[in-house]
Design a protein around this ligand. Structure first.
Ligand code: PEP
Ligand code: MG
Length: 561
């Protein structure tokens, strides 16, 4: 038996046979064909027909939007213009492999030059070309394999297109060698509730066919597990499933301290699922998600309708709506379409709203009207607030519209460090750990090359959270967390230890976080927070907390073991 370690996503556990995802293939060499044009052409025809058939079959099995995507890919594979391009190269003496590689690359460049919708299809061509090449070479196609039985998927990392098509009936668990806790794969795994461990550096050792246990709670992949280990893992998985199926209870620590568990939502249609999963309200409604593709500012009537639908889903419950957050990763053409060298440091969030105050006023009007028609407890907040002056500006404006509870997002170190002054004017603070980490570590959250810095476990980030937590406690003002950090069950306990009074997350994370909180008292959460604060870096903080947590007694009957 041996163990491989990485970062677990959630608290799930699963076991099954490994199937490795094939890596992208190297480009073929341009050596002249020895087989002759006729043979090469026949090889391509057969390979293309097989790939198109497989894509159609996979589409039929997947159904819905995935079917449309895959059928479109099959059509591209068999496109006659593309076929002519391949033939031209073969007639000039190329091998089937080179002709496919070169013709698809040329077609890709043409699509990219056209731009728009066709430009967006350019990446699909790479995938199809790789499939045809794999067929020609007689090797497994890259991308998510389909072995015909449930399996543990082991990959370097997953492309968004791969993750979107993951068949949750077949993929028992996911292990990646690359990627961190805020990588795209991790976020998606969390959202879909897939048992996952990311960043298992030595995961390349795992071979197709071997049985492993993937324990996200401890971040451990166990190779060659004993029968006893397999039985215990199966028991835990079953217990967790029944815990998830049980009616959810309000979030609370083991000593009864309440910690409201709220949902992060991007559209009203997702409210029903959040309610079923026991969300006690909404901690972050990202209003900009409603209008990302709009060229013009939404009208008051359009907005009122969306907000009314959202609020109506939470009668008597708290619903925190964030004002339009434009800029950098969330471009809104109607709020800021200027080119900026550093958009993350530019006219974004509240700054952009202030520059178009009419849009901010219209949003507040729509919210006040929706509030008047519904029974939810509406709280409003401004994104990316940096100063006390901005806090006074926004809360003053919100109150002008009769909105009772107005707060700010703490996502910039400046507002965390001055949290006591900020909270003297705001009714509450909500910490956006995604941006707070980005700005504390000076690491663009969109940039893969610095993803290692984008870790909310970093003690520097946690010290800023403590500043806000302490200020909230002194002034008796609520302090919520609404970044990805709140969805990490172990970190969620630490955040409560640092003074968070509510946690908001993707609804799929609620069950695991609820369970993690129920195992710790407030004084234990504070000790765990101290252990994290005393570490030198993010990974040391995570290890210190996991080690201390393993030594603490469990207060509630464990539902996952
Ligand atoms: C955050 O920055 O943590 C946050 C919750 O806001 P967003 O991810 O939408 O920027
Ligand atoms: Mg943010």
């Amino acid at each position: 038996m041996s163990e491989l370690r990485g970062v677990g996503i959630g608290l799930g556990v699963a076991q099954g046979p490994v199937v490795r995802m094939a890596e992208a293939m190297p480009a073929p060499e341009n050596t002249p064909s020895t087989a002759g044009a006729e043979t090469e052409r026949a090889r391509v025809r057969e390979a293309v027909a097989t790939v198109a058939r497989e894509l159609n079959e996979r589409g039929e099995a997947a159904g819905g939007a995935a079917q449309e995507v895959l059928e479109a890919q099959a059509m591209i594979a068999e496109d006659p213009t593309l076929q002519d391009e391949v033939d031209t190269r073969i007639d000039a003496g190329a091998t089937a492999e080179w002709a496919v590689h070169d013709a698809f690359a040329g077609f890709r460049a043409t699509l990219e030059a056209v731009g728009g919708y066709l430009g967006e299809r350019a990446a699909d061509l790479d995938d199809i070309a790789q499939r045809v090449l794999a067929q020609l070479r007689g090797v497994d196609a890259p991308g998510v394999p389909n072995p015909g039985h449930p399996f543990v998927l082991v990959a370097r990392d997953l492309a968004p297109a791969d993750t979107a098509l993951l068949d949750l009936e077949q993929v028992l668990a996911l292990v990646t060698t690359d990627g961190g806790p805020t990588s795209h794969t991790a976020i998606l795994a969390r959202e879909k509730g897939i048992v996952a461990i990311v960043g298992v550096g030595v995961g390349a050792q795992l071979v197709t066919g071997e049985t492993v246990i993937v324990d996200a709670a401890s971040g451990v992949v166990t190779r060659e597990p004993t029968e006893d280990e397999k039985a215990r893992a199966a028991q835990r998985a079953a217990a967790r499933q029944s815990a998830e199926a049980a009616p959810p209870t309000p979030g609370a620590l083991a000593d009864g301290t309440p910690v409201a568990l709220l949902a992060n939502l991007g559209k009203p249609a997702d409210a029903a699922d959040a309610v079923v999963r026991g969300a006690e309200g909404v901690g972050l409604f990202r209003t900009e998600f409603l209008f990302l593709s709009s060229a013009q500012a939404p009208t008051i009537a359009q907005q009122r309708e969306s907000y009314r639908e959202l609020l109506a889903a939470f009668p008597g419950k708290k619903v925190v709506v964030r004002m339009l957050d434009a800029g950098a990763d969330k471009p809104l053409a109607f709020l800021n379409d200027a080119h900026e060298e550093n958009p993350a440091l530019g006219l974004r969030g509240l700054r952009a709203l202030r520059a178009s105050e009419d849009i901010l006023r219209e949003q507040l009007t729509a919210l006040a009207e929706a509030d008047a028609e519904t029974d939810a407890d509406l709280w409003v907040m401004a994104p990316m607030v940096a100063t006390v002056e901005e806090t006074i500006y926004f809360t003053g404006l919100a109150r002008e519209y009769g909105l009772r509870t107005a707060g700010v997002m703490v996502e910039i170190p400046a507002s965390a460090l001055l949290a006591d002054r900020v909270l003297a004017h705001a009714d509450f603070a909500s910490i956006g750990t995604n941006d707070l980490t980005q700005y504390t570590m000076a690491a663009d959250r969109m940039l893969g090359s610095v993803a290692g810095f984008q870790d909310p476990w970093h003690p520097a980030v946690l010290r800023l959270v403590r500043e806000v937590g302490d200020a909230g406690a002194r002034l008796d003002k609520p302090v919520g967390i609404c970044g990805e950090a709140a969805a990490d069950p172990l970190l969620a306990v630490v955040l409560v230890g640092l003074g968070a009074t509510s946690l908001s997350m993707a609804p799929s994370a609620l069950a695991d976080v609820r369970h993690a909180l129920s195992e710790r008292t407030l004084s234990e959460a504070r000790s765990l927070a101290e252990a994290a604060l005393a570490a030198d870096d993010a990974s040391a903080a995570r290890t210190a907390v996991a080690t201390l947590a393993a030594e603490l007694p469990l207060h509630k009957k464990e539902t996952t073991s």
